[in-house]
Design a binder for this molecule. Structure first.
Ligand code: 16G
Ligand code: ZN
Length: 531
């Protein structure tokens, strides 16, 4: 067919460096931008096939999230706005690694295996972050889509979650919202305004939030959003890309790992602040106290705030819906303890990576999932949304329950259920704090984090480490888990685990204990046991 000739011709303009091997990892392909042109073209091809196969619009996001500016990456988005299904990750890897002269054969293999009807239409939404390499790389994706005869819609600069949102809107015929950035702002800001009405008179100080935009797309988009929020919120945006370098000493990953303020932010003690990552799918909050000490409110604290709020609303509404919090092994032990013992919500632990948490959260009426690093959202089952809707429409309930149903409805609308979303999470957190009349210090005081330490260890082959129990225990190499158990026994309230990274060639070590000194020593001892 003519398309294959075109693919062949166009592919020569996006040649693969011979011998280069890359893997579709936890969050797609990610490496130095100069190695990615052929990957992008080929992901344009794959997205077109996926679109034909699913008879739906597929998304392709060009970003390397919190990685340095020199890197880039790409992730595919499935029809409901979720991550590409794992069975197709293998095709992505095959297509990425097949040498130039074998490309058509590999492509035809996939078409045959998946029995794809090539006469079908294909539609692909493409977005990119602010990296200097993103413009030409997203053009390569568009070239791939065109070569296979697909239609594309180039959204240009968008956050990762905005693209997920628009793919979902498109494939649900607008039921989830309008598939435009403007539609996204409108839906979220309307929900925020409705929620903010339920907050008692807030001072300008209480409405104020400092945002570290990581010198990335989030800064641009939160500024665009600001005009929709009118008087309900006052933002000071730092690290907006006008001076600093993307993710350099700023952003959610820097703040979480270093446990310190980002550079480029000017705040007073007690000010409420948050940081986005480079593609605005992660958020963490923080403040400094009068002694100048830094206090971090990470994904665990965010999950606690949101799940507590929702649980209280469900109780007040008299709705019997099962709510759960999904975490990973990195969740601070204090958060798990608080959620299980005090809040009495179900807590589930999964492997690292958004797709695992997302999947687990789908099993509950309401699933709140957050990684400690600040990536997370809330999922409402269809049944849960229906029950909330029914309550809101029930003419026989009192004003108090009506108000609660209204709060729940707007909470659903403010949340981007397709994937973790820094802007949407920020609005939800701000709304909850406003409604509860809570300061960031009061939120922080809900429980105290156990001191913890993360280290990375370079080993010759990280794959020798295999884990079980949601990465909390090592099964291989023999003796490693026993060694970790013996070390952990020496400390109070201690816990430690090791896991091979899914994004870097390192082994990660996590340790927590009753004091920072113990957590540091334990992490160090465990890292020695890994060698
Ligand atoms: C990816 C994941 C993130 C996870 C991180 C772990 C997505 C969208 N992103 O960035 O959720 O926390 O990998 O990295 O799934 P690691 O395996 O190197 O520790
Ligand atoms: Zn990200």
């Amino acid at each position: 067919m003519a398309h294959f000739e075109e693919v062949s011709k166009q592919s020569d303009l996006h040649p693969k460096p011979a011998g280069l091997v890359l893997q579709y990892g936890t969050a797609g392909f990610r490496t130095s931008a100069n190695k990615l042109d052929h990957i992008m073209f080929r992901m344009g091809l794959l997205a077109t096939l996926r679109s034909k196969k699913t008879k739906a619009t597929i998304g392709v996001m060009v970003t390397a999230s919190h990685n340095p500016e020199e890197d880039n990456g790409v992730k595919l988005i499935d029809p409901m706005g979720e991550m590409l299904t794992s069975s197709w990750e293998d095709y992505a890897t095959q297509l990425a690694n097949t040498e130039q002269d074998e490309l058509l054969t590999t492509l035809k293999d996939i078409i045959k295996k998946e029995a794809i009807d090539m006469s079908r239409e294909a539609n692909v939404f493409v977005g990119k972050d602010t990296r200097s390499s993103s413009a030409s790389l997203s053009q390569a994706v568009l070239d791939g889509v065109k070569a296979l005869g697909g239609h594309s819609n180039d959204y240009g600069l968008v956050t990762t979650p905005q693209l997920h949102y628009m793919v979902c809107c498109q494939n649900t015929q607008g039921k989830y919202g309008e598939a435009t950035v403007e539609g996204y702002y409108r839906k979220l800001s309307q929900a925020f305004s409705q929620l903010a009405k339920n907050a008692s008179n807030r001072t300008d100080d209480q409405k104020h939030l400092s945002v570290d935009g990581a010198n990335g797309i989030g800064a641009i988009k939160v500024r665009e959003m600001e005009s929709h929020l009118k008087k309900h919120m006052q933002l000071s945006v730092f690290n907006d890309g006008s001076r600093g370098k993307l993710n350099h000493q700023c952003g959610a990953d820097f703040v979480k790992v270093q446990q310190e303020l980002p550079t480029g932010i000017k705040i007073n003690p007690g000010d409420r602040c948050c940081s986005f990552d480079g593609d605005a799918d992660r958020i963490v909050y923080y403040y400094t106290d009068s002694q100048g000490d830094f206090h971090l409110l990470d994904g665990d604290k965010i999950a606690t705030l949101i799940s507590t709020f929702l649980k209280e609303l469900l109780n007040e509404a008299g709705l019997d819906l099962k709510i759960a919090v999904v975490q990973t092994a990195y969740a601070n032990g204090s958060s798990t303890h608080y959620l299980e013992k005090t809040m009495k919500v179900i807590v589930k632990c999964t492997k690292t990576g958004v797709k695992h948490l997302h999947h687990a959260a789908q099993e509950f009426d309401i699933g709140v999932y957050f990684e400690a690093n600040g990536h997370g959202t809330v999922l409402f089952s269809d049944g849960a949304e229906e029950k909330i809707q029914q309550l809101a429409n029930d003419a026989n309930i009192n004003d108090e329950r009506k108000k609660v149903a209204f709060l729940l409805q707007n909470t659903i609308n403010i949340i981007n259920q397709t994937v973790g979303d820094a802007i949407s999470d920020m609005l939800l957190i701000e709304a909850i704090l406003a409604i509860k009349g809570m300061t960031v210090q009061q939120w922080d005081a809900i429980y105290s984090d156990l001191p913890n330490r993360q280290l990375k260890v370079k080993v010759s082959d990280r794959r020798v480490i295999d884990t079980t129990d949601a990465e909390r225990r090592a099964v291989t190499p023999a003796g490693l888990q026993e060694a970790i158990d013996d070390l952990v026994k020496k400390y109070q309230k201690a816990r430690s685990f090791v896991r091979p990274s899914g994004t870097e060639d390192v082994v990660r070590v996590y340790a927590e204990a009753d004091t920072q000194e113990s957590a540091d020593t334990l992490a160090h001892e465990v890292s020695l046991a890994v060698y």
